[in-house]
Design a protein around this ligand. Structure first.
Ligand SMILES: C[S@@+](CC[C@H](N)C(=O)[O-])C[C@H]1O[C@@H](n2cnc3c(N)ncnc32)[C@H](O)[C@@H]1O
Length: 398
């Protein structure tokens, strides 16, 4: 992470100010929120190339350290390095260590197959049938399906970066154009897909998580979401070598009103994955359970509004907000830290982590003159984030 340690600043940071293309918009100081005595930490709001983000400034023994803030994100990382360098020039300090030098950066080739989750929230739209492979691993099955079904739009979900890199390479080499790849937890992805548009969802050899069942892909919530996105006669296809996982899934999939299952053992598919080859060599049984959707669903109406309509009495809020996490069945919210903006009334930053237990989201809420908004972009509109936002609005009422 880019950072500089320094001491002996000869000048003070004045806000707002600007140097070397970096704007210093405000300075916020940590409020002693946790009641434990601690060294104050500052967040400096900077802006470069029209991108606003935070830097963290704190003491390190007798010296200071200035680094990128972990919650706010900005690319390319050079913007962070340049803004740290501008700060040091501005306060005219003695640098003790720095990793913010300018090295010419090799630009990675743009990978049009690889999409950010925001693409699926805001832009993705297709009239083609969609098929999704969850945890594609080596990608052998996904590549085969994509090549043999050029009219289908495939989406590959993975959380293991080397597997993603490998698939992207193969897609380029084999010139396959009907696959989109996203690095996202499959258990939460379906929320961004329209109802009744998916022909098949493949879940081949998922990690069985014998000791941590809450990490499994299959759950009642996942199955309900799968049935919502599947079209009539669309299928959710599990293939596994784990008898335990198979039994668990059959338990969840039996007696559903919206779908029927078919079970198989040692069924041959046209393509065999790396895992499958290994299990077959070891003489293990392979189990299949295919859920066929027999009902159409309503279009998902995620009615969300991430604004804060109330005026906030921040001076009061910092005295009353609790650090104790609010934990509900399907979401949580935890206030991590509070900062007050120097020389501005009724203004500060609230650092919060919230949303689903599987994919918590960290954000800052910026309060300026009693008006609250999310710093940088809005949270992703998942049902857990929407509920957490509404809870936060309640917590900010005094
Ligand atoms: C045992 S491997 C099987 C890979 C491939 N399907 C095959 O048959 O060779 C399971 C894969 O699922 C991925 N995975 C695990 N949990 C996931 C999740 N929640 N969302 C997306 N992928 C996940 C893992 O990274 C891993 O690559």
């Amino acid at each position: 992470m880019p950072h500089i340690t320094f001491n002996n600043p000869k000048k003070e940071l004045l806000v707002p100010s600007e140097l070397d293309g970096t704007k210093f918009n405000f300075l916020a100081k940590s409020y002693n929120f946790t009641q434990k005595p601690r060294v104050p930490e500052y967040k400096i709001c900077v802006e470069r190339e029209n991108k606003e983000f935070l830097l963290t400034l704190k003491n390190k023994d007798e010296d200071f350290i200035l680094k990128a803030d972990k919650v706010t994100r900005v690319t390319p990382v050079q913007l962070v390095k340049d803004s740290i360098n501008s700060y040091i020039n501005l306060v005219d300090a003695k640098v003790l260590f720095s990793n913010t030098q300018n090295f010419s950066q090799k630009l990675k080739p743009t990978k049009s197959y690889l999409k950010d989750i925001n693409y699926f929230v805001n832009e993705f739209n297709t009239n083609k049938e969609i098929q999704i492979e969850i945890g594609f691993g080596s990608g052998r099955h996904l590549l085969y399906q994509a090549k043999n079904n050029p009219d289908v739009q495939f989406i590959g979900l993975e959380i293991h970066t080397p597997s993603i890199e490998q698939l992207l390479k193969q897609l380029e080499i084999q010139n396959i154009e009907n696959v989109l790849v996203v690095n996202y937890d499959a258990r939460l992805f379906m929320e961004f897909i329209k109802s009744n548009q998916v022909g098949k969802i493949f879940v081949h050899f998922p990690v069985p998580w014998d000791k941590k069942p809450h990490r499994r892909i299959y759950s009642n919530a996942f199955i309900n979401e799968a049935l919502r996105v599947l079209k009539l006669d669309g299928t959710l296809e599990l293939r596994t070598d784990s008898r335990k996982y198979f039994d668990y899934c059959v338990g969840l999939l039996t007696n559903l009103s919206k779908g029927k299952i078919v079970i198989d053992i040692n069924k041959d598919l046209e393509v065999s994955s790396k895992y499958e080859d290994r299990w077959k060599r070891q003489g293990k049984n392979i189990y299949d359970v295919v859920l066929r959707c027999n009902q159409l669903d309503k279009e998902l109406n995620l009615n969300y509004d991430f604004s804060f309509d109330q005026t906030i009495d921040y001076e009061q809020i910092i005295k009353t907000l609790s650090t104790k996490a609010v934990v509900k069945d399907d979401f949580f919210i935890h206030i991590e830290d509070l900062f007050t903006i120097e020389n501005e009334e009724n203004s500060g930053l609230i650092q919060v982590t919230f949303g689903s237990f599987d994919r918590p989201l960290s954000k800052y809420v910026l309060i300026k003159d009693g008006k609250a908004s999310y710093f940088q972009d809005l949270p992703l509109p998942t049902s857990a984030n929407i509920k957490a936002h509404n809870q936060l609005k309640e917590m900010l009422k005094v």
